[in-house]
Design a protein around this ligand. Structure first.
Ligand code: ADP
Ligand code: MG
Length: 479
């Protein structure tokens, strides 16, 4: 150890050091405590934070128990104290090796006319800083302005989710915390998240709204962990956050360690009254490999589902989109498309885009015949199977009555056969939405159907014998 410390001496510019005014702050290697803390911070913060905030700090003095750091003005001081003091403290402590008090003062020599923020007017410096902060915030929120409440069509299939989303947007963190929105793909979950974020930011631009997919969260976690920058990770998702929206959290089922981090993130934010909004493709209780303590948190606020919109809503949506895009869509064509594309709003949009593109390119007016031609490969190819047919074949295969599948009995073999029948209805019948399947199975709730289908899919993926059996059964259904 001695030798290493001595090594530093070799590089110490003796003559210059003698002339340094702040000689008492220097270590054997000629660097101040703050110099060395800076080197650490360089690695544990983003470039943005480092360049814009951290480098504004200089060391002014140090006695045994206190490190005095200077910043150019009050605004910067407030901001740093508010957002980066923990970061700075940890870096300094790890350099000094023991806790030491840190004091931030305005560095008079650099003040350059900056005044304490007076009510109303802001100095030029501060405006620049504010602009920088806002630019950074925007980059981090990743909100898309395209998705608003105004262009979200509400119907029975998304009414609860939309109302809850609006309530959260009006009162973030106060009600329904967390809000958990779940349902199949292309049904508006992401749209609602952005709508919440946009409304909150429109009302109060200072609110720090973070939108992230669980995948991005996982990615950031892994990358920053590898770089040893967990402080930056925590700052990004905890300290710097008023509203956290995480999309598609089913992804976390693959990541135990990230689940753990998310658990702490969640608790931290929740305890301090910050708003949390989550989405997933299935109900939290059906999420496989999610720790039960997380599941409990997920369901502690409000869970709201979105499902396939009924015909009338599909028409309303496609008309609204056509209007937005300036596409002239006759009513009968709108009805035709809405009757054929049933499962996802995303597909509905896709169909419209395709129609509009064809019509523009060929100069033909849109008609149902033309739509049928253009959308042919998006639409179900052959005579659709019926739910009754699937029920009949599945019941026969398992040696039961169709009534058993439609009934309430929960004993294992019957419940299993029922789940398998629901799974095939969903898989093989394109316009069998979850609610429609539920209705055909003795008025089961659509979430029961979703859960059953999910269960069968999971088992199929995990069990090759079952997968083969299902293939055989599918041949019989199609036969
Ligand atoms: P999810 O996140 O549930 O997979 P998205 O929110 O990405 O679905 O929605 C897919 C597309 O459908 C988006 O372009 C979205 O704007 C649109 N969309 C979904 N639901 C509605 C709705 N109720 N009204 C208007 N557009 C909708
Ligand atoms: Mg989505």
């Amino acid at each position: 150890m001695e030798r290493f410390e001595g090594q530093g001496d070799r590089f110490r510019p003796e003559a210059e050091a003698g002339t340094q005014a702040r000689i008492e702050n220097l270590n054997a290697d000629g660097t101040s405590v703050w110099d060395r803390a800076l080197a650490k911070l360089r690695h544990s913060t983003t470039d943005y934070t480092y360049e814009n905030w951290i480098t504004q700090i200089v060391q002014i003095g140090q006695d045994g128990s206190t490190l005095t750091l200077g910043v150019p003005n009050y605004f910067v001081r407030d901001w740093i104290v508010l957002y980066y003091s923990d970061l700075v403290r940890r870096a300094v402590h790890s350099v000094v090796g023991e806790p030491i008090a840190i004091e931030f003062v305005i560095d008079e020599t650099r003040k350059a006319g900056a005044q304490p923020p007076a009510a109303g007017g802001k100095t030029q410096d501060e405006q620049v800083v504010i602009a920088q902060v806002e630019a950074a915030a925007d980059a981090r929120t990743r909100l898309s302005e395209r998705f608003t409440f105004e262009n979200f069509v509400v119907g029975p299939s998304n009414q609860l989710a939309a109302a809850a989303a609006a309530a959260v947007a009006d009162n973030p963190g106060k009600q329904y915390n967390p809000l958990f929105i779940y349902g199949g793909t292309g049904l508006g979950k992401t749209h609602l998240l952005h709508a919440i974020g946009n409304r909150i930011r429109a009302r109060d631009p200072k609110m720090r709204v973070v939108y992230t997919s669980a995948e991005q969260f996982l990615n950031d976690f892994v990358v920053l962990l590898k770089r040893g920058q967990m402080e930056e990770f925590r700052r990004r998702f905890r300290e710097g956050v008023d509203v956290l929206m995480m999309d598609d959290i089913q992804v976390l089922k693959k990541a135990q360690e990230t689940q753990n981090e998310f658990f702490h993130t969640f608790n931290d934010l929740h305890d301090s009254g910050k708003a949390i909004i989550l989405t997933s493709d299935i109900h939290p209780n059906e999420l496989p490999n999610i720790e039960s303590r997380l599941r409990t948190r997920f369901t502690s606020g409000l869970t709201a589902d979105v499902y396939e919109p009924p015909f009338e809503v599909r028409i309303a949506i496609i008309k609204r989109k056509a209007e937005q895009e300036g596409v002239n869509l006759p009513d009968d064509v709108a009805q035709f498309v809405a009757s054929k594309v049933t499962r996802s709003v995303r597909d509905l949009e896709g169909a419209l885009t395709r129609l509009a593109a064809h019509a523009t390119l060929t100069g033909r007016a849109l008609s149902t015949a033309y739509a049928e031609e253009v959308l042919r490969d998006m639409l179900p190819q052959r005579q659709a199977l019926s739910i009754e047919h699937v029920q009949k074949v599945v019941a026969k295969y398992f040696g039961m009555q169709v009534e058993d599948l439609r009934g309430e009995k929960r004993i294992r073999p019957i419940a299993n056969a029922r789940s398998v029948a629901m799974y095939f209805c969903r898989k093989l019948i394109s316009d069998a939405s979850f609610p429609i399947i539920g209705a055909a199975f003795g008025d089961k709730h659509h979430t029961t159907v979703m859960a059953a289908v999910e269960r069968v899919s999971q088992k199929r993926d995990a069990d090759t014998a079952l997968a083969r059996e299902l293939e055989e059964l599918e041949r019989q259904i199609n036969g």
